[in-house]
Design a binder for this molecule. Structure first.
Ligand code: SAH
Ligand code: SF4
Ligand code: F3S
Length: 451
């Protein structure tokens, strides 16, 4: 007779991971893969053959949350064919709805709040042994930095890897759910960040993306005295990284000291994502953003004075409650003035807890959709023109590996985060190389290695 326990110890078990949302969720999903690897799980790209499905969720916009619900719907059928399957739901929807999710979806086994990632291994074993369903949403105050942040890197790491340095947000923009699902700001001790970067570089990582909802306020509340700028300097001095990026930076907290880093720190990519959200002062005030369009434009000017080649991107919300045609035109004018390299734009949607959900002058969906289309058309034009202006230039890129769409090509990124595809006669993944740009498209460039 076979010994079921022994068999499960010998046979590999498979984990399927699906991640919605921002890079912080990507980072948490990596942590889950690493934690569950220690429990014997191999990652599979095939959902049907998985023993455990881990779904990391986002609730920042209504559409993001709907995607999670429809994904969960699809999993119901899968589970009916595969009753041993365990389904875990984590991330911001998990934090937002908690136990309600277990009530609503009876095929869901484990719900993990945004601070519960480090417990995934133990809780998975527990639900497997007891066959009980569980929701775990720990409070932030009770947690150690290790529980909140740590992800021991795997033996081989990608060329570009994320590293979370703080999570949570104290800004309470009136449209935003993040402060409610990620809690108050918590920074990670600098020693742990530097150690993680060191481990990553020794496993092949060349570029790190520092993550936080508001990285500029890094260091607040830590026992050690350290600012975000000081952290950047220490990474420059104490690690072997080739490149460093960070996201997201709040315009109101962007200091001259941080602006100088783009000129002073060779490791720091000349690129900044600086979400403006709107071009109208009236709307910015109602959003509780803490700056005017004028202040924002001054900061853009100072960035460009300090570092003329800096690449810039932004987030914009259209159709915020009370947005008039004139307010919207001010956002369009701001895009024309700044000339962003790239833009992420969204149609406003109500979010639970967020103050704007109770504002009474909501716009109809048709107006929001029209404004979004108009704005995206304008930006598509700007992005394409900026990409075309790259043709003929020499650019340093960090090579990330084979192109996702054309396997015979390699892909890298410029400082300004532009994707460049090129043909290479030798393997050069992980290297900084210089390419001459030959062709421009709307989302990428083509180049060839310069002699
Ligand atoms: N912490 C980051 C971004 C968080 S969310 C920051 O402060 O910039 C990412 C983007 O989603 C936001 O910048 C905003 O443009 C958009 N967003 C957030 N809430 C939204 C809502 N209720 N409706 C539409 N877009 C929203
Ligand atoms: Fe949300 Fe504003 Fe905080 Fe960004 S800064 S996470 S938009 S509340
Ligand atoms: Fe979404 Fe949560 Fe990130 S709501 S954008 S996954 S912090």
């Amino acid at each position: 007779m076979t010994q079921p326990l022994l068999e499960s110890e010998l046979e590999p078990r498979y984990l399927y991971v699906h991640t919605f949302g921002c890079q912080m969720n990507e980072y948490d999903s990596l942590r889950v893969q690493r934690i569950l690897a220690a429990h014997g799980y191999l990652v599979t790209p095939d959902m049907v053959s998985a023993d455990v499905i881990f779904l990391n969720t986002c609730s920042v916009r209504e559409k993001a949350e709907q995607k999670v619900h429809s994904f969960l719907g699809r999993l119901k059928r899968l589970k009916s064919h595969h009753p041993g399957l365990k389904i875990i739901l984590a991330g911001c929807v998990a934090q937002q709805l908690g136990n309600k999710l277990l009530k609503r979806f009876d095929h869901l086994d484990l719900v993990l709040g945004t601070r519960a990632i480090s417990a995934v291994g133990d809780l998975l074993e527990k639900i497997q042994q007891t066959n009980k369903r569980l929701a775990y949403l720990p409070e932030v105050d009770s947690m150690t930095p290790r529980e909140l942040f740590t992800a021991s890197p795997a033996a081989t790491s990608p060329v570009t890897a994320p590293v979370t340095i703080m999570q949570g947000c104290n800004n309470f923009c009136t449209y935003c759910i993040v402060p409610y699902v990620r809690g108050r700001e918590r920074s990670r001790p600098s020693r742990e960040i530097l150690d993680e970067i060191e481990k990553l570089t020794s496993c092949g990582t060349r570029e790190v993306l520092l993550l936080g909802q508001n990285v500029n306020s890094y260091g607040r509340g830590l026992e050690e005295k350290i600012s975000f700028v000081e952290l950047l300097h220490r990474i420059q001095e104490e690690t072997d990284l080739l490149r460093l990026r960070f996201t997201t930076s709040h315009p109101k907290d962007l200091t001259d000291e941080l602006i100088r880093c783009f000129a002073d720190l060779p490791v720091l990519c000349k690129y900044l994502h600086l979400p403006v959200q709107a071009g109208s002062d009236r709307i910015l005030k109602r959003m509780n953003r803490g700056y005017t369009a004028g202040h924002y434009l001054e900061k853009i000017q100072r960035l460009r004075d300090a570092c003329p080649e800096i690449g810039l991107s932004s987030d914009v919300i259209v159709g915020f409650p009370g947005e008039t045609e004139e307010d919207f035109q001010q956002t369009m004018d701001l895009l024309k003035t700044v000339q962003y390299d790239n833009l992420f734009s969204f149609r406003y949607s109500d979010r639970p807890h967020a103050r704007a959900a109770a504002f009474d002058d909501k716009l109809d969906e048709e107006t929001k959709a029209r404004r979004l289309m108009e704005l995206q058309a304008l930006q598509a034009d700007i992005t394409l023109r900026k990409n075309e202006a790259e043709v003929g230039t020499l650019r340093e890129i960090l090579v990330e590996g084979p192109s996702k769409t054309q396997e015979e090509l390699l892909t890298g990124r410029t400082h300004q985060n532009r994707i460049v595809h090129f043909e290479s006669t030798r393997p050069c993944t992980g290297e900084l190389i210089t390419v001459r740009i030959r062709e421009a498209a709307s989302h990428s460039l083509k180049g060839e290695p310069a002699a």
